[in-house]
Design a binder for this molecule. Structure first.
Ligand SMILES: [Fe+2]
Ligand SMILES: [Fe+2]
Length: 179
């Protein structure tokens, strides 16, 4: 799939345009999570995990960058960048187990977020957009599963952090749909 073609989304129904704005905001956050990880960690395993994921997230982000009109993007992009960076930095500061657990928490939410769009996408009928979202959902599921394969013991504080990460991701998406 060529994700570099400019596909303005002016004709999207309002609800779907809102979903795409939240997707763009979410992929912005994802790119900045890994920038935060890479800014903080010198651990080779963490860095290679982050670099590999960052490449995928940059592709996802580029798709929505090209696809949406500037006016359809979230007004709060600086906040999504900052929150992503802080999330990644805290996760990386905690080490490999924290990084894996945090990414699992984010991606568990993101997979559900993308899957919830499948019905509206099928109704809308844009095959290229539907194929892109399907592909991204599969990428996020593989990120989730890769992170979840780390079965190291998770402390109570880490489990609380992961709950906060999942909850905050959900709230951010609700806000990004509107603003
Ligand atoms: Fe992504
Ligand atoms: Fe991802």
């Amino acid at each position: 799939m060529n994700t570099s073609i400019v596909r303005p989304a002016a004709s999207l129904p309002l609800e779907l345009a809102r979903e795409m704005r939240s997707n763009h905001a979410g992929e912005t956050g994802a790119v900045w999570i890994y920038r935060g990880v890479l800014a903080v960690s010198s651990n080779a395993k963490i860095r290679s995990f982050a670099l590999h994921h960052l490449e995928t997230e940059e592709r996802h982000l580029q798709f929505f960058e090209d696809w949406l009109e500037p006016s359809q993007k979230s007004w709060l992009l600086p906040l999504w960048r900052l929150s992503g960076w802080v999330l990644g930095a805290v996760a990386a500061a905690g080490g490999l187990v924290w990084t894996h657990a945090s990414i699992e928490a984010v991606e568990t939410f993101v997979v559900k977020h993308y899957e919830a769009q499948f019905a509206a996408l099928a109704d809308h009928g844009d095959e290229e957009l539907t194929a892109a979202i399907n592909l991204f959902a599969a990428d996020e599921a593989s990120h989730r599963d890769e992170a979840a394969a780390d079965d190291s013991k998770r402390s109570l504080i880490l489990r609380a952090w992961c709950w906060i990460v999942g909850f905050a991701s959900e709230q951010a998406v609700k806000i990004a749909r509107m603003l």
